[in-house]
Design a protein around this ligand. Sequence first.
Ligand SMILES: Nc1nc2c(c(=O)[nH]1)N[C@H]1C(S)=C(S)[C@@H](COP(=O)(O)OP(=O)(O)OC[C@H]3O[C@@H](n4cnc5c(=O)[nH]c(N)nc54)[C@H](O)[C@@H]3O)O[C@H]1N2
Ligand SMILES: Nc1nc2c(c(=O)[nH]1)N[C@H]1C(S)=C(S)[C@@H](COP(=O)(O)OP(=O)(O)OC[C@H]3O[C@@H](n4cnc5c(=O)[nH]c(N)nc54)[C@H](O)[C@@H]3O)O[C@H]1N2
Ligand SMILES: [Mo]
Length: 708
Amino acid sequence: MENETDRDQSSIATVVRAACPHDCPDTCAMLVTVRRDYGAGGRRVAVAIEGDPEHPTTDGSLCTKVARYLERTYHPDRVLTPLKRVGPKGSGRFERTTWQQALDDIASRLGRIAARDPERIVPYSYAGTMGLVQGEAMAQRLFNRLGASRLDRTICASAGSEALTYTLGARLGTDLEQIQNSRLIVFWGANSVTSNLHGWSRAQQAKRNGARLIAIDPYRSLTAEKCHQHIAPMPGTDGALALGLIHVLVREGWLDRDFIEQHTLGFDALAQRARQFAPDRVATICSIQASEVEQLAHDYWHTRPALIRLNYGMQRAHGGGNAVRAIACLPALAGHWRDAAGGLLLSSSGAFEVDEPALVRPDLLAGRAPRTINMSEIGRALAEADPPIEAIVVYNSNPVAVAPHSDSVVRGFAREDLFTVVLEHFLTDTADYADYVLPATTQLEHLDVHRSYGHLYVVANNPAIEPLGEALPNSEIFRRLAAQMGFSEACFRETDEQIAAQAFTGRATTAGYDWNTVRERGWWRLNVPTPYAPFASGHFPTPSGRCEFYSERLAAQGLEPLPDYVAPYESPSSAPELARRFPLAMISPPARNYLNSTFVNVRSLRDAEGEPRLEIHPRDAAERSICDGDRVTVFNDRGSLELKARVTDRARAGVVVALSIWWRKLTSDGRNANELTHQRLTDLGRAAAFYDCLVQVRPAGPVQKAQG
Ligand SMILES: Nc1nc2c(c(=O)[nH]1)N[C@H]1C(S)=C(S)[C@@H](COP(=O)(O)OP(=O)(O)OC[C@H]3O[C@@H](n4cnc5c(=O)[nH]c(N)nc54)[C@H](O)[C@@H]3O)O[C@H]1N2
Ligand SMILES: Nc1nc2c(c(=O)[nH]1)N[C@H]1C(S)=C(S)[C@@H](COP(=O)(O)OP(=O)(O)OC[C@H]3O[C@@H](n4cnc5c(=O)[nH]c(N)nc54)[C@H](O)[C@@H]3O)O[C@H]1N2
Ligand SMILES: [Mo]
């Protein structure tokens, strides 16, 4: 691959095929240009990064964040040696230590706890990398072997995922590569300009071809502002809106009766349920116009192909699961699955037949069934779990910044009797509470293989450079820890190559998967037809083989079997007393230049984002004597934080928007939006309800003091 004959040149360029590791539906194929630096002992140096122009969905472009991946990798603040705590928890004071000392101590501490009760050890991880090798493989093997508590990974998508599974049978949807052929695209709780750029560019193509674009979002997001129409319901009311649309479709007979007859279950019951959701009532619940409901139903029936680009932003409220269920009924009712460019896309990850047992080896549990800790309730679990949590091992996540109800999360991580190990690139808000920080490699320094939740390609990641400093891949850290703990099973000696080679089952959609071919080529389209129209002729992978409006499986659990409207925990109708004191609904969706809390410490991106702000509608601002640029205090019974007000009608009246997720330690008051969020869970999927949060706002600082 490399031509190194000309040693007179200080460096010779080669191109390495890589994958973007981040939690985003686009999972881009990347090309990393590498030179050998003979001045530095011949080490490889990454000098450029770009999107693979040949990969159909990446199409040669990266987002602004990942275009800065070199700045992140070579960041002067990278943790490059193991660190041991010397200051109080949270102070971020560490001294350098050796791998041997760190692994010795960690293994003996975990070993002593495990000898008494392994469930007192808890892993905490999410999607810092989406890779199947550096994600859960070696890590879960170790935790399964130990018999540690299991982690319910609910912080993002589980309400919507379970809703799809109950309704459609799996996380499947429209092929992203068809979006440009749609005539109507509804962005429902989806800020694609920010969170799905490569889907958005196809939507723009559709727009140029005459398609109509509609956004459903309480906030005029970067996406909503570019759509032809913007419907702005109150957060957490989407279930009512969807049932209102079903009401109109049924009332008008705008129904694909053949599709309903052949491929759905429970139509009569659903129609009956929808009768309760006349547009007038829906308008009141959502705080929109009844005519918006009527018009949207009309357009949805009369325009074909019609695609709903649903995204996870709308399921972060109490009723998020039921809302996704109601919305997922729409394409079957109107027959839009018949068109490859119609239907609905929330996730495509179910199309990848990942060989979970080979990767995470549940057999190592040897019949034990350890308890499960819900990651969205980590604050409460660290305080109340019985038996108590004595050790937590964090990797691929930054819970102190991203988990709800910071006050309880911080108190939990501050426990002096908690033994905390954090595998990280940087001293994040969470790493500051660690007893040991272990330096992890970035995507340029390790090997991995990726599926996607937006497109239908496996993407390979070849290491572009050697690990910086003493950093090691997650897989290698867990491998060494397993060896140190004396675990001799052969799976703990498997190489990253061997894990990548076993990642998929090699049956059905992944038949023909061959790691060596994929790593050379960079990416590989699943063994599915082109275009892929998963439900064009039914074949829903539910127990009945139909799109289940009515779900026996939900009924069997004593849950509501039909989609219903479940009001937010915190809203004027469901909590009137609370809403009197805290009348504004706060949402905190991702800022464009960050990826959750990743990239917040990259200077150029933080400069682009400015400072933490609260967007507030002019009417709500005027009522509180708040002017644009003022510092404001945002508060509820859980806490308060200070932000800079931006008075703008981007936030609809009654809603305030704090784009996120800031590092607490990089804000003026050391807090972020999760100071105000709570740990109550969604109706399905046991997920966090970040956007179900009432607050009050007042001018901050001297003004407030002067008023007494
Ligand atoms: N640049 C960037 N891209 C990202 C991320 C990032 O942090 N930054 N995060 C990644 C991750 S982990 C995820 S899960 C996805 C998230 O991406 P999306 O699924 O698009 O979700 P959000 O950005 O949370 O919310 C999308 C939109 O939903 C709106 N919204 C909030 N509440 C409601 C509601 O109740 N109803 C409706 N209809 N709309 C609502 C928000 O105002 C927002 O504009 O993006 C991924 N991509
Ligand atoms: N208020 C509010 N809170 C939210 C959200 C919101 O919209 N509003 N969004 C929620 C959502 S959708 C999500 S998905 C979660 C995201 O929560 P997390 O999954 O915790 O995501 P990040 O904050 O990006 O943190 C990932 C961390 O993993 C590290 N990392 C990356 N790659 C590697 C690696 O290879 N090895 C190791 N050891 N570490 C690595 C990064 O440096 C980073 O610090 O946050 C949730 N929290
Ligand atoms: Mo997420």
